[in-house]
Design a protein around this ligand. Structure first.
Ligand code: ADP
Ligand code: MG
Length: 486
């Protein structure tokens, strides 16, 4: 499954030259992140106090060369995305399923419990929201089977704040240039166009239009520290291109300036908000008491939340595990056997650690053979899962306590590594054995019961060195990449 440039990677001088071209191309194309030294600023910002010696932006980490991806698996991932959109949307409307599935989790996991309480509260009050917008990213790895072939295996589906759709809209151009510099002009012409930023914006624009108020704005709900602001700006600018006003606010701004009118329209300092697009709010650290109140205010409002709280809960690891149980997909998507089959074909083994015999058995197996599994808590954002010896120790400790229920177990996916160079600011150029994770962005819009938009909106390939078991780009482990179909 190697890409046709493994020969080039052995030519140190050519690699050096290509890396210099690549970095400049990334800077020119805007594949950027704010640096850790000045995370609040991008330079030339009159409101920020900048230290003159500190750098404010740099290129986002990326691979020197595109990575090989089996064409059949790439196409399979695209082909199942509309099914996943339907599935997430169905789960978000199924109160009984969410309640039953998360019952054991919310007893021991405070964060999920708090989200669930807001969910219950808005249901009791009755939803004011009538238009629903989902933006998700389904992530996969290519599992290497005994016969040497690869299989597409879903890692997870992200239903809130799925990132890098913006920056990755610009990485294919960088890689195209690098391939040309390395004499691979023919191969360069085969890199696929990819523009998730445009696809995500078209979903947001549709939801804005159906909300039906020309004056209303789209609000990006952003982090306190916005290192990945350029990724968001790509989507934002697509909206401005369509003459849709965008504002950027934090939870604490909502707490201070947000209000609802008699029909639960959301206002920020007098400005009506049609769509709230969350790029924050998916980990416990995003919340203090005020922020929880702000979240509740947003959820109670008529504004289109992307995602609404039910859709965020649909993306929990516990729900993912429950989906793999026999019969569950059929119940959630009645009358759609083909969609069910396509979805199921991407599942890896997933196991409940709920109290009982089945949980005891799988816990014992994982303790005996930890390298076969990944232990996952109900968290997002990378760096939370447990592997190998650490998995064994933690599971050994909690195996007889209710805390076990806050985790799920998953089969560990083992892709075939390939050599690449990871370009990271201030890091030496060095070849690494790497594995990749493919994400497909999905967008859908529903008005009442009618699905008015359901699309795959582009892809993201992230690659990391094999010594890291866990972690994404934001966590400083994976880097942006472009698929080269083989
Ligand atoms: P998060 O919500 O923190 O992103 P993920 O389920 O995506 O959680 O896991 C984080 C990372 O851990 C993934 O990007 C992947 O690199 C690795 N990982 C997760 N599940 C598996 C698995 N079953 N096999 C191998 N690696 C995995
Ligand atoms: Mg992930």
């Amino acid at each position: 499954m190697a890409a046709p440039w493994q020969d080039v990677l052995r030519d140190a001088a050519a690699v050096q030259e290509a890396a210099a071209v690549a970095v400049d191309a990334a800077l020119l194309a805007g594949v950027l992140m704010r640096t850790g030294e000045q995370p609040h600023a991008s330079g030339n910002n009159p409101t920020a106090v900048l230290h003159p010696c500190l750098q404010v932006v740099n290129y986002a980490p990326f691979t020197l060369l595109p990575s090989a991806v089996p064409r059949a698996l790439f196409e399979q991932a695209y082909a199942v995305q509309q099914d996943f959109n339907l599935l997430v949307d169905a789960i978000s409307q199924n109160e009984e399923f969410l309640e039953q599935t998360l019952a054991s989790t919310i007893k021991v996991d405070d964060f999920t419990a708090r989200l669930f309480r807001i969910y219950m509260q808005v249901l009791e009050e009755g939803l004011a929201q009538t238009v629903f917008l989902g933006i998700n990213r389904s992530d996969y790895m290519f599992d290497c089977r005994l016969d040497g072939t690869a299989a597409l295996r879903q890692i997870e589906i992200n239903t809130i704040a799925a990132s890098f759709g913006g920056l990755t809209s610009r990485t294919a151009d960088v890689h195209r240039l690098v391939l040309k510099v390395l004499g691979k002009t023919e191969e360069a012409s085969h890199l696929l166009p990819n523009n998730p930023a445009k696809g995500l914006a078209s979903g947001i624009a549709k939801a804005w239009e159906l909300y039906g108020s020309q004056r209303a704005v789209v609000m990006f709900l952003v982090e306190e520290v916005q290192r990945n602001i350029f990724d968001q700006r790509c989507v934002e600018n697509e909206l401005w291109n369509r003459n849709i006003r965008v504002i950027r606010k934090r939870f604490r701004d909502v707490f201070e300036q947000g209000s609802l009118d008699g029909s639960r329209r959301l206002y920020m300092d007098g400005q009506e908000v049609a769509v709230v697009y969350y790029r924050e709010g998916y980990v416990p650290q995003n919340y203090d008491q005020q922020n929880w109140e702000a979240r509740l205010l947003l959820e109670r409002s008529r504004a289109v939340k992307c995602p609404d709280i039910a859709t965020q809960l649909a993306g929990t690891k516990k729900v993912q595990q429950e989906l793999s149980q026999p019969g569950t997909l059929e119940k959630l998507l009645p009358g759609r056997p083909e969609a069910v089959a396509r979805i199921r074909a991407t599942f890896a083994g997933l196991y409940s650690l709920d109290e009982g015999e089945e949980g005891d058995r799988i816990a014992a197996t994982a303790i005996a053979e930890p390298d076969r599994f990944v232990l996952k808590p109900q968290r997002e954002g990378g760096g939370n899962n447990l592997y190998g010896e650490e998995l064994r120790q933690v599971l050994e400790k909690i195996k007889d306590s209710p805390e076990r229920t806050s985790y799920i177990l998953m089969d560990k996916i083992k892709p075939q590594p390939a050599v690449n160079y990871l370009l990271r600011a201030h890091s030496p150029l060095q070849a690494s054995q790497c594995i990749s994770e493919l994400g497909i962005f999905g967008v859908y819009v529903r008005q009442g019961q009618e699905l008015v938009l359901n699309q795959a909106a582009g892809h993201l390939l992230r690659t990391k060195a094999i010594e890291h078991a866990d972690g994404g780009v934001a966590a400083g482990v994976a880097v942006l990449d472009t698929p080269y179909l083989v």
